[in-house]
Design a protein around this ligand. Structure first.
Ligand SMILES: [Zn+2]
Length: 259
């Protein structure tokens, strides 16, 4: 077993990484705490608690947070498990949380995501989701995968973008949808009353050397690029989508057309 790597981004927000030693995809997961409930974004690439102890990690982080916030909260404290998108390396751990007390695991089809969060006009409509004094804006983001959603956390200014935008290969599976999604994210960024401070995706595949990524399947990534990307990266991605070629290399990402 390899323990999760985690970082408290602020007192109510945890960035979790599934270690490379447990799965080469090494996806990032995020746990956000609010007054009424917490939200876990993605569950990782493995179904085996013995390989990656997702349930124990979530339980320990939650206990830690509740200890720092005594008596304010309903018990058992609810957890909602949602996903940036439905690819296997982001949902495999769902089963490890299915029987956890006070836990709701959101389904992974587009219809289930739309129904749970109450989108009436998918994906054009932006819907709110409140953790209790912590409002998120959910932006439909199909194009890499049909049920993809970007989550904006007003409390931190973080836009969680999954595999749609990350320092790595941006796999464009449906080009028209992907273009509209990037344009939707740009419009959201430019119109948001709360500034979008940073983008956090779900993988690091780029090295610190501009335009150079690691081979797929690699388990050792020295000199990784940072996960966080500036909001201006959206404009770079939008421009790269108009360039010819199946593989458009930029310093901090690579657009791969494989739809
Ligand atoms: Zn994906």
């Amino acid at each position: 077993m390899t323990d999760a790597e985690f970082t408290w981004l602020d007192p109510d927000t945890v960035q979790i990484r599934q270690p490379k030693t447990s799965h080469w995809e090494a996806p990032f997961l995020f746990l956000l705490f609010g007054r009424d409930r917490s939200l876990l974004l993605d569950t990782g690439a493995t179904t085996d608690e013995a390989v990656f102890p997702l349930r124990r990690t979530i339980d320990e982080l939650t206990q830690d947070w509740l200890r720092r916030h005594p008596a304010r909260f309903v018990r058992p404290y609810p957890l909602v498990v949602a996903h940036t998108h439905a690819h296997r390396d982001h949902i495999a751990g769902d089963a490890l949380l299915a029987d956890r007390p006070a836990t709701t695991v959101v389904g992974t089809t587009a219809a289930e995501v739309i129904g749970f969060f109450g989108f009436r006009s998918w994906p054009a409509e932006i819907v709110g989701f409140d953790l209790g004094d912590r409002m998120l804006d959910l932006i439909g983001a199909p194009g890499h995968e049909p049920s993809a959603v970007a989550f904006f956390d007003r409390a931190t200014g973080i836009l969680f973008t999954g595999d749609t935008i990350c320092p790595g290969n941006l796999y464009v599976r449906d080009r028209p949808d992907f273009v509209r999604t990037i344009e939707r994210l740009i419009a959201f960024r430019d119109g948001s009353a709360v500034p979008v401070r940073t983008l956090l995706g779900a993988h690091v595949e780029m090295s610190n050397e501009p335009g150079v990524d690691y081979p797929s399947g690699t388990v050792d990534q020295p000199d990784e690029a940072p996960l966080a990307m500036p909001p201006s990266i959206l404009d770079e991605v939008r421009a790269a989508l108009d360039e010819p070629g199946d593989r458009v290399v930029r310093d901090r990402f690579i657009v791969v057309h494989d739809g």
